[in-house]
Design a protein around this ligand. Structure first.
Ligand SMILES: CC(C)=CCC[C@@H](C)[C@H]1CC[C@H]2C3=C(CC[C@]12C)[C@@]1(C)CC[C@H](O)C[C@@H]1CC3
Length: 389
């Protein structure tokens, strides 16, 4: 069902509030003329009172220190706050991501001697090719970040891409990048909640999500919306963040890693591989392909930039990427941010953000090394041709 008139008014009202909050936090860095500002300028320009409040509010979503002591009620409360969790996380983390990683916020596989940006693009092409995206297609990118994958897949396939995102700061950046890179005529960006998409039933030929639907409160909710907006016969492709079958929900060590994945990445609840396949089936998709792309014989593992194996870097820019993302590089960033904050050259709260991101990297790496986590559970699913909706 498309949203009713009352819910549309409510959505418009919330969107205005979100935008006002985002503009307050980012200060002048939200403005068009500061789009290209350096990371250091962005750290300095954030609102000095508002940023620490956003950080503290974000962390309050995990009140109980020991994950095994957390009540079902507390977990449910966080799940229902999924929107605020993800929105405040990306308000805080986006500048750090762009500084260290680029404009495509996901992991990828690597071939020997393959430069980082090329590998990232190949990962996006792999998804688009497996989905069979054609130039005539109308495609939705669910949780589009600042639009890196939408631009790459748009150029690669020739299709029209709509990016859907609930974070105003990221949407404004995605729109400006689309202009800079000449894709403004074949892309647009819509502000909205992917659990309640402001889009018509049966209006897209294809949709995809790259490491984004993990921010939903339930996978049935977001996959159900993907199903609704697709035309009969439409295709949904995804790289999903999930806990693998090796994950044991009674193991305190595993629970600690899950907690790190959640706090460090703006995730209200990590789901399992089984939850993912079950949700696709429940909402009516036919699963055509599914595979953990992280569990391969690849010589160079997808997590190498976080692990810090600088020998795998292949291009000049890769050395800079790896230097920023390794354990030492991450610690150096936090040290730099702490010093800048003490000198008044970075807004208060910046060091806490850097520390939250350290937790992200540590838990991603620990989960990967134990084989209990993958950020690239790949699937292609189809809405049946005879679906009535
Ligand atoms: C959050 C989700 C669902 C997906 C994003 C995946 C990755 C792009 C990020 C996961 C961990 C992130 C970290 C950084 C960049 C983006 C990620 C790799 C940093 C390297 C950014 C700079 C900080 O100083 C350290 C961060 C570590 C974690």
């Amino acid at each position: 069902m498309a949203p009713s008139a009352t819910s549309t008014t409510l959505i418009t009202q919330r969107n205005r509030e979100d935008l006002a909050l985002s503009k307050t936090l980012h200060g002048t860095t939200f403005n068009e003329e500061n789009h290209q500002a350096s990371f250091l300028t962005k750290l300095k320009q954030k609102d000095r009172e508002f940023q620490p409040a956003v950080v503290d509010n974000y962390l309050k979503n995990w009140k109980e220190e020991q994950p095994e002591n957390e009540t079902e009620e507390a977990k449910a409360e966080r799940q229902s706050a999924y929107k605020a969790v993800a929105n405040s996380f990306y308000d805080l983390a986006t500048d750090f991501y762009e500084y260290a990683w680029g404009t495509s916020f996901h992991f990828c596989r690597f071939r020997p001697r393959e430069p980082f940006q090329q590998a990232m693009a190949r990962h996006e092409h792999f998804l688009a090719a497996n989905m069979g995206i054609q130039p005539s297609f109308k495609v939705l990118d669910i949780g589009c970040g600042v639009g890196g994958p939408a631009r790459e897949i748009g150029h690669f396939t020739g299709a029209h891409i709509t990016g859907l995102n609930n974070n105003d700061y990221q949407i404004s950046r995605a729109r400006r990048y689309a202009h800079t890179f000449g894709l403004q005529d074949r892309s647009d960006f819509v502000k909205g909640d992917f659990m309640n998409m402001p889009l018509e039933d049966g209006s897209y030929d294809a949709c995809y999500a790259i490491e984004a639907t993990v921010h939903a409160s339930t996978l049935e909710g977001v996959y159900g919306e993907a199903y609704r907006i697709l035309k009969p016969g439409g295709v949904f492709g995804c790289y999903e963040w999930v806990m693998t079958d090796k994950y044991d929900a009674t193991n305190p060590e595993h629970l600690r890693i899950v907690r790190g994945l959640e706090v460090g990445n703006g995730v209200a609840k990590m789901m399992t591989r089984k939850d993912c396949l079950q949700a696709l089936e429940t909402v009516g998709f036919t699963v055509e392909k599914h595979q953990d792309m992280g569990e391969t014989e690849d010589k160079i593992k997808w997590y190498y930039p976080l692990e810090g194996d600088i020998r795998q870097a292949n291009a000049f820019w890769d050395y800079l990427t790896v230097l920023r993302t390794t354990t030492a590089g991450r610690a150096a960033t936090t040290y730099m941010v702490r010093t800048l904050e003490a000198l008044g050259l970075a807004a208060p709260g910046s060091t806490k953000v850097s520390t939250i991101l350290q937790t992200a990297a540590d838990s991603v790496l620990e989960g990967a090394l134990l084989g209990i986590f993958t950020p690239m559970y790949f699937f292609v699913a189809r809405k049946p041709l005879d679906a009535t909706n």
